[in-house]
Design a protein around this ligand. Structure first.
Ligand SMILES: C[S@@+](CC[C@H](N)C(=O)[O-])C[C@H]1O[C@@H](n2cnc3c(N)ncnc32)[C@H](O)[C@@H]1O
Length: 328
């Protein structure tokens, strides 16, 4: 988002209906122009923003809709929900609910949506606010719960064995040095180190043979791997996308923004699942399903990427990949 307003064009809420400044200073929406162009196929349609965050994408979608259009915004984070309820209070076309997006079916009837957007991962606000426990800043208590419920990162680290932690680092962030890293973390914990961000930083610093410029990237991936487990992010992506496909009407669009390879792999695999006509088990000698099960077709053959200008303006856009598919 630009500094000029919630929709990046000096029009908070797009049509002056939304009080407040959705997203401003909280999170810059990534690839917002491209998303509106791909997602909004019907100006009077119903849309899902499965990951409201600062509400920047929702603002842009609303700005493109007519009076008969609407957006349902979900977020599992009650801070984001409260903020959006306040900011969109004067916008009758917007409904805000606190929920995991894996529960989309509870809010959207089958074949009801013209489009669904998933902007995966965490918001800038979540990453930056030290009290949320996602930040690398020294002395940040390891929490990382997006919804504030369930088991914190500190509790999971205490519960996992060294081997389990190594698996988490490998599975969620492709960290090949996972065993060494897990060993360093667990050894420090056993020596009585506090359960804060410095535990992970010290473990990364102790990895042998790593160039200094690569250590920050490794630290970010280690945090990401633990955060993904705390929030069951990969399980949620599968459940959320499946539910959204059921809720899309024919011709409805699914737009998904992912920010790292493990997340993108899950998105790609889930879309591919719905592109298949035949869904028989691979070991069946003949097709018994009728070979008429295809539910999605790719709109973009390759994932869309942010422009160089956007990456310069918003460094958090740098790793974004946009996948777009249409219900058939
Ligand atoms: C990258 S931010 C979205 C930013 C948003 N598009 C904007 O324009 O400000 C991701 C948001 O999704 C939420 N989130 C992540 N996983 C979720 C899930 N499984 N269910 C609901 N919300 C989720 C996070 O709490 C966070 O607020």
């Amino acid at each position: 988002m630009s500094a000029s307003g919630a929709d990046g064009r000096g029009r908070p809420g797009g049509r002056g209906r939304q009080g407040g400044e959705a997203g401003h200073g909280y999170h810059l929406p990534v690839m917002a122009d491209e998303i509106v162009e791909q997602l909004v196929i019907d100006k009077q349609g119903a849309y899902l923003d499965a990951t409201l965050g600062g509400g920047g994408h929702s603002s842009r979608i609303l700005a493109a809709l007519g009076d008969g259009g609407s957006v349902l915004g979900l977020d599992r984070d009650s801070e984001a929900v409260d903020r959006n309820r306040k900011n969109f209070a004067a916008e009758p076309r917007m409904r805000v609910e606190r929920s995991e997006f894996g529960r989309v079916a509870e809010f959207c009837a089958p074949e009801s949506l013209a489009g669904a957007l998933f902007d995966l991962g965490v918001s800038s606000r979540q990453l930056d606010a030290k009290e949320r426990g996602f930040s690398f800043a020294s002395g940040t208590a390891l929490d990382m719960r997006m919804g504030g419920e369930g088991v914190s990162a500190a509790d999971l680290l205490a519960k996992w064995t060294e081997r389990e932690l190594a698996m988490v680092l490998f599975r969620n962030a492709d960290i090949n040095e996972g065993r060494k890293l897990a060993h360093n973390i667990k050894a420090d914990m056993e020596a009585g180190a506090p359960m804060d961000s410095d535990l992970i930083r010290r473990a990364v610093e102790k990895l042998p043979g790593m160039r200094d410029e690569n250590r920050n990237g490794m630290l970010a991936r280690a945090f990401q791997a633990i955060r993904m487990e705390v929030n069951d992010e990969i399980g949620e992506v599968g459940n959320g996308l499946r539910a959204a496909v059921a809720a899309l009407r024919t011709g409805g669009r699914l737009c998904v923004l992912s920010y790292h390879s493990v997340e993108d792999r899950k998105v790609k695999e889930t879309i591919a699942e719905f592109e298949r006509d035949c869904i028989c088990a691979p070991n069946l000698p003949v097709c018994v399903c009728g070979s008429n099960n295809r539910k999605l077709r790719k709109v973009l053959r390759k994932p869309g990427l942010p422009t160089a200008e956007e990456m310069a303006r918003n460094p958090r856009a740098r790793s974004a990949k946009l996948r777009v598919a249409e219900k058939v």
